[in-house]
Design a binder for this molecule. Structure first.
Ligand SMILES: Nc1nc2c(ncn2[C@@H]2O[C@H](COP(=O)(O)OP(=O)(O)O)[C@@H](O)[C@H]2O)c(=O)[nH]1
Ligand SMILES: [Mg+2]
Length: 365
């Protein structure tokens, strides 16, 4: 944890250097999740569901090919391994190609029964020593007139355990999260992913909190903690720029830093996605303004922002997040100013994300 009390104990420059290193380390970190399952098992749907974004096409049988697909969202990498069941399929070859050592865990997805022939795949995966999360997808379609859902699920789990000859957990999920019951299950799967990510390091667990979609308020709280820590680090960097005034120079550096900070917050809360959702009617104007601000800053910097149609008006509207004064950026953006801007931005994103979560039960993607 970078704590603001640190500033009293070490020099500002040291603190900033520390923050920059930590931030760079965090940004280099990746969480790699490999998905295994037959074509049509619901792997692509699940990937999209977990991040709350359409990062891959659903219903396309890429699985008939031998190629594995790589999908990235934020700092998460999903490796969608080709479906098995085809004659030429060799998981070993694919895993070598993608560097199984970099995988943090496997998600094994099945939409129906686990079969004998799944055993050899299981053996190959188990040999890697990486954690495996067993997922039974399409749980919304499970139905038996004679049995309760619990009985049915217990039976399927026992079948799997008998096949594998060991006790395993099987998580029942659905890519259909309209119902609270299914949302809770996706939340459980997310928790299992956090658990295994944490085994590989705290920074990996934080990637889940930043880049995955929140299905519960408690997850949203974790998301907030994770982005607040990033804001603190960006603020420390800003502080150091403030005490190293190269005329003209520090302004540019600070704006890049502030832009990166706002960008990180807006992707963690995925405000682009929220802006498209209609569950609460039209998105609030602050959100549209903030989105415009982040995009304009990212593509053209503060000059582009000031030149943009409605530039000054936009700044007035979202001035809470960007420390711009008049026609220039304050030369020495201090720790507190940048931190305040970051926290204000988090506050608004968070409140809106909470409202959307409670109104829609997660994004509808
Ligand atoms: N009812 C239901 N349909 C699903 C679920 N997950 C995926 N599907 C559908 O199953 C089909 C195959 O899904 P896809 O994600 O492309 O599977 P993949 O081949 O493993 O990537 C698509 O038509 C999806 O809409 C689910 O949980 N419930
Ligand atoms: Mg697919």
């Amino acid at each position: 944890m970078v704590d603001s009390t640190l500033i009293g104990q070490v020099s500002l420059a040291e603190a900033a250097q520390f923050a920059r290193r930590r931030l760079e380390e965090r940004e280099r970190e990746r969480l790699t999740i490999a998905l295994v399952g037959r074509g049509g098992a619901g792997k692509s749907s699940l990937i999209n569901k977990l991040v709350g974004r359409k990062v891959c096409e659903v219903g396309v049988s890429t699985d008939k090919t031998q190629a594995a697909h790589r999908h990235e969202w934020g700092q998460v990498i999903f490796i969608d391994l080709p479906g098995y069941g085809t004659r030429e399929f060799t998981l070993d070859r694919v895993m070598t190609e993608f560097g199984v050592e970099s995988f943090d865990m496997f998600l094994w997805c099945a939409s129906g029964k686990f079969l004998e022939e799944d055993l050899s795949i299981h053996e190959t995966i188990a040999k890697t020593g990486k954690p495996i999360i067993f997922v039974r997808t399409h749980c919304d379609t499970l139905y038996d007139e004679e049995k309760s859902d619990e009985e049915l699920e217990a039976e399927i789990t026992e079948d799997l355990q008998r096949l594998l000859k060991r006790r395993v957990d099987l998580l029942f999920v659905s890519a259909n999260s309209r119902y609270p019951k299914f949302r809770e299950r996706l939340a459980k799967l997310t928790e299992a992913i956090v658990h295994h990510a944490r085994e590989a390091g705290k920074a990996k667990a934080e990637i889940v909190y930043r880049d995955f979609q929140a299905f519960t308020d408690s997850f949203l709280k974790k998301k907030r903690e994770a982005v607040e820590e990033m804001v603190t680090m960006h603020s420390l960097i800003a502080a150091a720029n403030g005490i190293n005034p190269v005329p003209g120079m520090n302004v540019a550096v600070d704006i890049a830093n502030v832009t990166a900070m706002l960008n990180r917050v807006s992707t963690a809360y995925d405000i682009d996605q929220i802006a498209k959702m209609k569950v609460l009617g039209d998105p609030p104007t602050w959100l549209l303004g903030a989105r415009g601000l982040v995009h304009t800053l990212a593509s053209g910097g503060v000059v582009a922002l000031l030149k943009a149609a409605g530039g000054p008006a936009l700044i007035q509207q979202v001035g809470r997040y960007v420390p711009v004064f008049g026609m220039a950026v304050s030369a020495g953006l201090g720790f507190l100013i940048v931190r305040r801007a970051g926290l204000n931005f988090i506050e608004d994103c968070h409140r809106t994300a909470e409202q959307y979560l409670n109104a829609s039960g997660g994004s509808s993607s």
